[in-house]
Write a new protein. Structure first.
Length: 308
């Protein structure tokens, strides 16, 4: 094992490089296209983004629990100088995340990335939809890119991903995902993100990115204030190519056991009974409308049939 002083010096050097970079967090309810978007942005020469660090979802709650337990012990007779105060907690939490960001940079460099022109280091963790506030407090200038997807498609995709091993029946899983997971995550992001302002929070829909990748990539890159030239757009699009990520399939060609199962919008129509879909949509109708989705399942099916 290397000398600890040498390890500490190297750690300080790595985290100092992280401190010089802007931070971006890709968020969105699970199975909404966050991984696709991560690959796209990671293909940009000025951006390194990995996932899933689960910083505010897993790491920090356990860390804060440990600090609170320690303080509770120290407060039983030990002087205040032995306690950690809130400022200490925040600094240590940020250093923990910075350590992971440094690993992201090292991983990118090992893959052959040139980091000399880097502007951003970032993370993709879907559950950070509910942690915009804590992450923004730790990184006051960070930016969030929130991708949304129709809750019916999200639930169906979730079922094929891990729903069959969740211990729930199909109907139970769909109701759970549509009426608990999706509204919590999308609602939290849409509540906490916009107050940060248009320079720090950007929102898009899966179906829109599917419809015009170049247009929406350019808008995201404009939001991040990085190079959005044609060559760069092509590079990002290729990095997130469904064919490349799925091992050669085109969008619409299904592999039910693959993480990249089908890659389309509207597939819920092939799997959800109309009455189940409508009951779930009725419970979240206001949020669906505000996010740009029609909760009327009968109308959605009719439109789809006309198009076919």
């Amino acid at each position: 094992m290397a000398d600890l002083n040498d390890m500490l010096a190297a750690w300080r050097q790595r985290t100092a490089r992280v401190d010089q970079l802007d931070k971006v967090f890709i968020i969105g309810c699970g199975k909404s296209g966050t991984t696709w978007l991560r690959h796209m942005l990671n293909g940009h020469p000025q951006i390194v983004v990995q996932g899933e660090g689960c910083f505010a979802w897993r790491l920090l709650p356990h860390f804060f629990q440990a600090i609170d337990a320690f303080n509770a012990h120290q407060q039983q007779g030990q002087p205040p100088v032995t306690h950690f105060d809130p400022g200490d907690r925040a600094v240590m939490a940020r250093l923990l995340i910075d350590t992971q960001f440094a690993r992201y940079l090292e991983h990118a460099q090992a893959e052959g990335r040139d980091l000399s022109a880097l502007r951003y280091v970032g993370d993709k963790t879907p559950q950070h939809t509910i942690a915009i506030g804590p992450l923004s407090a730790l990184y006051p200038n960070c930016r969030f890119v929130h991708i949304m997807r129709d809750p019916r498609d999200v639930a169906v995709s979730g079922w094929f991903h891990d729903g069959k091993t969740s211990g729930r029946t199909f109907e139970q899983f769909i109701r759970h995902y549509m009426n608990e997971v999706w509204p919590l995550q999308v609602g939290s992001a849409r509540r906490d993100g916009p107050p940060l302002g248009p320079k720090r929070y950007f929102e898009l829909r899966y179906r829109d990115l599917l419809g015009d990748e170049d247009l929406w990539l350019r808008r995201i890159l404009d939001f991040l204030e990085v190079d959005g030239s044609g060559d760069i757009i092509s590079r990002c699009r290729e990095a997130g190519s469904f064919k490349r990520l799925s091992g050669g399939r085109e969008r619409g060609q299904e592999d039910a056991g693959n993480f990249y199962r089908k890659g389309v919008a509207g597939d819920w129509r092939n799997h959800l009974p109309l009455d189940l879909a409508q009951q779930c949509c009725d419970r979240i109708a206001d949020l669906m409308r505000s996010a740009g989705y029609d909760p009327d399942c009968s109308e959605a099916l009719a439109v789809a049939e006309q198009r076919s």
